[in-house]
Design a protein around this ligand. Sequence first.
Ligand code: SF4
Length: 150
Amino acid sequence: MADQPFWLRKTLAELNPQEWESLCDGCGRCCLVKLEEEESGEIYQTDVVCQLFDCEAGGCSDYSNRQSRVDDCLQLTPQRVAELSWLPDSCGYRRVNERRPLPSWHPLVSGDREAVDRAGVSVRGKVVSELTVASDDLEDRIVLWAEVAD
Ligand code: SF4
């Protein structure tokens, strides 16, 4: 057990801050604007992304200040990870919470952050900023983001 990497050994609540941060592969899927159908509560993803997301390079352009700059930026916690049904199947937090291994392209496994893009899981280059889309047009931007193989 002790020779296993931390993401297989520990629960989310047991991770230190550095381990916690390293679980994020930077895919950006949690930064997508989501729409919720009032009656059913169903969540729909769009190809519109948070104003702070760098659409070309990927990642948050102001990570340390994101919560003060964006009202609805959600801080992931072990409890929230367990509750958020829309986190992608590939998300490292979801995987550890479900006691499942990380995908082969995850930077902690591959040692290569670009592998996330090659695997097709990153939204970089496939999204537009919410600053460029009127809220009335968001329904037209609903897309189904494919899950990718491990
Ligand atoms: S969905 Fe998960 S892995 Fe992807 S950016 Fe969000 S927290 Fe990181």
